[in-house]
Design a protein around this ligand. Structure first.
Ligand code: NAP
Length: 288
């Protein structure tokens, strides 16, 4: 298949390109090649005539999204609309990468694909709008991922949580991490492999939750990172109300898929995925 990946230099996009290149003709579109907010720029897709368009482009600095609502909606929602329209016109399947922040966190157990969305911040609202625009093309997949860690690191966020913890841990800084916010960490390599399988197996169109299995608090995630790497900083649990943030965040946004197992796709547990990531980045050796 010919697959266009928008946001090909991003954290998820980088692993998607690498993973899909194994068996497919992949066109990586970096921000310099396509501006999703500009319909005319998106017409470049017509030149490539892909069978599938994967849209990973987003503005996802959650606090900044509160202050820059227009930019947030332009990229996450209008961008999705442009891509959905053009992919529909060229008969391509559209894949929109979405987020656990489409939920409000009040369920207190993992959200499945059947749960109703109810976002509580601008980023989440814009991503729900992006999901709706994407659904305008019936041939769509909405892939919700969460709390991502991948070798490339997130654009604009300066890496990811794992790297931030390791850098601080190596400096011997004392570290305070929130212990009352729960989520499903997701290794981009694993999510890319699952998405490849979804596409290749031609699973029914619709929404899929693609996170590593299990969930933890950010504090537990940090604890595990230090346990595996052997770093030993002073790590203190704190409550989210002790940290001043512009955007509200769901306290419990773990995801679970009830659909993928129906097709034999199982995601490994986040702890195992974390080990694999730490090996990939050279933070630990295989077998250690
Ligand atoms: N990171 C997370 O923890 C997380 C969690 C849940 C869901 N998600 C979703 O997962 C997706 C991928 O996240 P990620 O961490 O891989 O993000 P990322 O590293 O920031 O990558 C996003 C990519 O999109 C490009 N881009 C940004 N604005 C664009 C625009 N207007 N037009 C075209 N390209 C644009 C970026 O290019 P430049 O950097 O050059 O601008 C970058 O290559 C996003 O849709 C996000 O909402 C992420």
């Amino acid at each position: 298949m010919r697959i266009a990946v928008i946001g090909s230099t991003g954290q998820f996009g980088t692993d998607l390109v690498k993973t899909l290149e194994n068996g497919h003709d992949v066109i990586g579109l970096a921000h310099k090649n396509i501006e999703v907010t500009d319909y005319k720029s998106c017409l470049i897709l017509k030149e490539y005539q892909p069978d599938i368009v994967i849209n990973t482009a987003a503005f996802h600095k959650t606090d900044q999204c509160e202050e820059e609502c227009l930019k947030t909606f332009n990229i996450n929602a209008i961008g999705a609309k442009n891509i959905a329209i053009i992919s529909g016109e060229i008969g391509a399947t559209i894949v929109y990468i979405s987020t656990d922040y489409v939920f409000d966190g009040s369920k207190n157990e993992p959200y499945t694909e059947d749960d109703s969305t109810f976002p509580i911040n601008t980023y989440g609202i814009s991503k729900v709008a992006g999901e709706y625009y994407t659904r305008q093309n019936p041939e769509h997949y909405i892939i919700r991922i969460a709390s991502v860690f991948g070798a490339a690191g997130a654009s604009g966020k300066g890496g990811n949580f794992v790297e931030t913890m390791i850098t601080k841990g190596k400096k011997g800084e004392s570290i305070a991490v929130i212990d009352d916010v729960w989520m499903s960490p997701t290794y981009t390599k694993d999510a890319a492999l699952a998405l490849k399988e979804i596409i290749e197996s031609k699973l029914p169109y619709g929404t899929y939750h693609v996170t590593n299995s299990g969930y933890c608090s950010w504090y537990q995630f940090a604890e595990k990172i230090f346990q595996i790497t052997g770093l030993n900083p002073v790590l203190t649990p704190i409550k989210s109300e002790e940290v001043s943030m512009k955007a509200k965040r769901p306290l419990f946004s773990a995801l679970r898929s009830t659909r993928l197992p129906l097709y034999g796709i199982e995601m490994r547990e986040w702890k195992e995925a974390l080990c694999a990531y730490l090996i990939e980045k050279g933070h630990i050796r295989r077998g250690s």
